[in-house]
Write a protein that binds this ligand. Structure first.
Ligand SMILES: [Zn+2]
Length: 424
């Protein structure tokens, strides 16, 4: 996502609750992207902040019905430091406004793949939502009414999928107003070749290459295997039946609603494909929402998929669990001892490393240590229960560390001792 509106402090968030409609049109043009947006807001008064990625310039901006309106200031946000997003402040008086604008340009990556790579544009707002950036503690999610006119644009959002909104017209404002924490809309734009396979899992594969790395049929077959492993191990089935798989040339994978992006470099052989698919599929149970629950829970969003992936690989006889476990415990010990990390809140290193080392390795190691204490059966039962609750939940299900922590302590009081070692 390119534009995000956030309020500077929680004290004014209520005043900005009344964003009514947001329209977003993103199109691929010769020199990059053209993004038109329109926001209708019934702001009481205060400062509205629009964020957008580096590389995009404002071509037009109009605000109607405002007398003394824009004190606009384009700058890098000090709270986001390395991320360097642009922001535009608009001072609003009482009233109803319509703000329209056009942004043009190529998106510069702000983290890994999130930017323009040749003719591929991947827009992810994730970095904006990390709660450790002080500006973003309170979030007003942005552009909730989007219409795409270009078939090569894939819009995806967990929340949209969750509430089964139409695929060509997204309108979710009333849904997300119920909760301040909603996963973002992901946008992937490129000139793709598409292959499809329809069976019990509908699979669409998008690739920038002439021929995708794997056919839709192949992905389908792998998904069936993974589904069986999830059923056998956790008594749950993959929560979606339609898959949009996008192969990206770099930047890592991600998961959102029916969209699963895979980094081609990591899925060259079948084992790599399975590892990455299992991990990304796992995110779908929580609809990408764990990291938005609170700062203390963020690490679960990667630790749980990693932990579960290790077991699914074991189940599929691709890697013995003992090997995965020992490796993670050893590396995690070094990380925790050497750098005195206290996951998940210490962020002394770039975000991607932070995710890699803290969330994945240390986070998974913590789950293994807890498993040793409460027993594998209990651990599986707990995770299975959370997965089922998440699917059943009528509102956004936020699995928080405090909930999981107290559930684990209920299973064994020794859990606290283990957790204190990792200072979580
Ligand atoms: Zn992940």
């Amino acid at each position: 996502m390119v534009i995000n509106m956030v309020s500077r402090s929680s004290s004014i968030i209520n005043e900005f609750n009344l964003v009514e409609d947001v329209f977003l049109d993103i199109r691929l043009c010769r020199d990059g992207l053209r993004i038109e947006f329109e926001i209708a807001t019934q702001c009481v008064e205060g400062r509205l902040c629009l964020w957008f990625n580096r590389g995009l310039e404002i071509e037009k901006l109009y605000i109607d019905n405002v007398k003394q309106r824009i004190s606009h200031e384009l700058s890098v946000d000090p709270d986001l430091k390395a991320i360097e997003l642009k922001r535009l402040f608009i001072e609003l008086e009482k009233g109803r406004y319509s703000i329209k604008g056009v942004l043009k340009g190529r998106i510069e990556p702000i983290m890994g793949l999130h930017g323009s790579i040749d003719k591929l544009h991947v827009l992810r707002p994730t970095t904006l939502y990390y709660p450790f950036t002080t500006s973003c503690k309170s979030i007003l999610i942005p552009l909730l009414l989007c219409e795409h006119r270009d078939a090569e644009v894939l819009f995806h959002s967990d929340i949209l999928h969750r509430f089964k909104c139409a695929t060509s017209l997204y309108r979710v404002d009333s849904y997300w107003r119920a909760s301040e924490r909603v996963s973002p809309i992901e946008v992937v734009i490129g000139r793709f070749r598409i292959s499809r396979f329809e069976d019990n899992f509908k699979v669409y594969v998008y690739s920038l290459h002439r021929k995708p790395l794997y056919s839709a049929k192949k992905i389908h077959d792998v998904l069936e295997k993974i589904d069986m492993a999830y059923r056998e191990s956790f008594d749950v089935e993959i929560p979606i039946k339609e898959h949009h798989i996008v192969f990206l040339p770099q930047g890592g994978g991600f998961s959102s609603g029916t969209l699963t992006a895979l980094d081609e470099r990591f899925v060259k052989d079948e084992k790599g494909l399975i590892v990455n698919l299992v991990h990304e599929i796992c995110h779908k149970w929580w609809f990408g929402t764990i990291k938005f629950c609170d700062r203390e829970s963020m690490w679960l969003s990667e630790a749980i998929p990693e932990y579960i992936t290790d077991y699914i690989l074991h189940f599929l006889k691709l890697k013995p669990i003992e090997d995965s476990k020992n490796k993670r415990l050893t590396i995690a010990r070094d990380i925790v001892v050497d750098s005195k990390y206290r996951p998940p809140t210490d962020v002394p290193i770039p975000l991607s490393d932070f995710e890699e080392k803290i969330w994945r390795i240390v986070g998974t190691a913590i789950l293994y240590r807890v498993e040793d204490t409460v027993g594998k059966e209990n651990m599986f039962e707990l995770l299975s229960r959370y997965m089922k609750e998440s699917i059943k939940s009528k509102t956004l299900y936020c699995l928080t560390w405090s909930k999981m922590r107290s559930d684990l302590i209920e299973l064994s009081s020794d859990v606290e001792k283990v957790l204190s070692e990792y200072r979580v």
